[in-house]
Write a protein that binds this ligand. Structure first.
Ligand code: AMP
Ligand code: ZN
Ligand code: ZN
Length: 411
């Protein structure tokens, strides 16, 4: 009886092994990486998401995902793609100044966003292309730049006005290309959940409708992929880059009540205020901010806590002021009186301490190589690069992640 069982196991194992190698020879399972910008894991249960529910039941979902610091869009998408912390990517914010290049980086500046000098490390599409795997990006921070002399085979200049269904159609079109030209690594990006969070605050009705809308688009894409005979033979990772907290007029810090703005150059505003003091003002600016430290923390860059993996990059200016999230989950806003009078505040934002649960992102994996009906604990975003390389069967570039963290999601 026992022997019979053992033989059966071996036979099954051989069968699995031979089908695996045959499949590897025939074709690779494509990997689709999706970002739903600003999606909070806790919001998914607050609205109708039949597609995410179906994928959760048949895949692996994480309690939450810890972003890199700061918990904002460019740093996180690019750290996800490289497996590196901010110190090593140099993508320290959506807005940065590089003292060596003497250049600014802003999301609205196409030439900066497409300039490879801003992006350190090796993103997954470069690793893949170097291993003869075609890649195609329907938007991803960094994908418009030539990095280490390489770009995705297919990529697009970011255009937030492209309808979500057209983005999904492009994925279907790319996946139905002939064998040699078909990309086996693809990305897909949606910003609406984040935009509604900024406009109306964390968890607002419009945020929940945006989640349902994106879920709908995913359903449409899956239907089309099924018609083409591609679904479900594809591995899919659905991620978000950070969470969101609401802002309030009761949670304001006016920096010009504390220091003289003529003494500083502010590179980046709330919630991570990056301050370059003018010549001879370093100690005075720091001491003044330190003495008034309430609802924020202030540091010299070299004293910024190690756990943020942030302060060592030369793009980080000398003083960093980080706003708190209050006990009732409102984000404190650091602003100036004139800016506040002109522009007020947003409904919500992110960028705060990446360890704070309200800043955590979302992670779901589904596909032939992914375990079914499994939940994993909260983990750090820098571990995704390793598992993507594993899924594509390629050697990862040096990075800060550890394959063991996400190995449990693999079949
Ligand atoms: P955040 O300001 O951190 O909330 O960033 C979200 C915004 O980043 C989105 O609403 C887009 O406007 C912008 N964005 C996202 N991806 C890109 C990209 N690849 N290039 C330029 N801007 C982008
Ligand atoms: Zn974002
Ligand atoms: Zn945002």
């Amino acid at each position: 009886m026992e022997k019979k069982f053992l033989l059966l196991l071996i036979a099954l194992g051989l069968l699995l092994f031979s089908s695996c190698t045959a499949q590897q020879e025939a074709e690779r399972t494509p990997l689709l990486l999706i970002s739903i910008d600003g999606l909070k894991p806790s919001d998914v249960n607050k609205t109708d998401t039949p597609v995410l529910d179906m994928l959760t039941a048949n895949g692996t979902v994480a309690e939450s995902m810890i972003p890199v610091f700061p918990s904002s869009t460019f740093p996180n998408h690019y750290s996800l793609a490289t497996g590196l912390y901010t110190n090593s990517t140099g993508v320290i914010s959506n807005t940065m100044f590089d003292p060596e290049m003497e250049r600014w980086f802003r999301l609205s500046d196409r030439s900066a966003v497409g300039d490879g000098r801003w992006y350190g490390g090796e993103p997954i599409w470069v690793t893949a292309e170097n291993n003869d795997i075609r890649t195609a990006t329907m938007f991803w921070p960094g994908s418009e730049a030539e990095i280490q002399g390489v770009r995705p085979t297919r990529w697009l200049t970011y255009d937030g006005s492209i309808p979500y269904k057209s983005r999904a159609d492009s994925i279907v079109t790319w996946l139905t290309l002939e064998d040699e030209t078909r990309p086996d690594f693809l990305t897909l990006y949606f910003s609406r959940v984040d935009s509604e969070g900024h406009r109306h605050g964390a968890g607002a009705d419009s945020v929940l409708s945006a989640i349902t809308y994106v879920d709908n688009v995913l359903g449409y894409m899956i239907e089309r992929l099924t018609e083409e005979g591609i679904w479900p033979n594809i591995n899919v990772l659905i991620t978000s880059d950070h969470g969101m907290v609401s802002l309030s007029h009761d949670h304001l810090i006016f920096i010009d009540d504390i220091i003289d703005l003529d003494d500083v150059n502010i590179i980046n505003w709330s919630p991570v205020v990056m301050i370059q003091p003018r010549e001879g003002k370093r100690e005075q600016v720091y001491e003044t901010l330190k003495a008034a430290e309430e609802n924020y923390s202030v540091y010299f860059r070299e004293d910024f806590p190690e756990r943020f993996h942030f302060g060592a990059h030369p793009r980080v200016p000398e003083i960093i002021m980080l706003a708190d999230i209050s006990d009732d989950n409102y984000g404190w806003t650091i602003t100036s009186k004139s800016f506040y009078e002109r522009r007020g505040i947003l409904g919500g934002t992110h960028g705060y301490d990446n360890m704070h649960p309200e800043m955590h992102g979302y992670f779901l994996a589904f596909g032939p190589d992914i375990k079914e009906n499994k939940t994993i604990e909260t983990f750090e975003v820098i571990n995704i690069y390793e598992v993507m390389c594993k899924l594509l069967g390629i050697e990862p570039a040096p990075n800060d992640g550890d394959l063991e963290v996400l190995r449990p999601i693999l079949r």
